[in-house]
Design a protein around this ligand. Sequence first.
Ligand code: ZN
Length: 136
Amino acid sequence: MSEIIERPMPTPDAATGPYWAAAHEGRFVMPRCNDCGKYHFYPHPLCPHCSSAKLEWVAVSGCGKLYSYTVVHRAPSKAFADEVPYVVAVVELEEGPRLMSNLKGCAPEAAKIGMPLKVAFRKLSESVTLPVFEPQ
Ligand code: ZN
């Protein structure tokens, strides 16, 4: 059963559309450079490692570790009032990129730097699904 809540939503564009479309289908993808083979995130029009424009969205493992985090105790708006306290996490993927996300299935006091994480998906609306991370 998915939960539907009202809150600020991502606004997919040409650069981020593939990420959000895949997430909504339960797939986790990252841009990869077809010249140097490295992944990056957030999306760029050129590879930040070698400046190539030969980029491709590819499925990644969804596995990583907790690189850093903070616990939000005061909701930034009423839309988040029912969610505090929650963890804002920086996750380092096995493929290299780091991204900001939230932890699921992990009490804030149980979060530990370096803990292994795996992507999960949280449906925010009929058109938006947010990749989040849970302990492995
Ligand atoms: Zn490259």
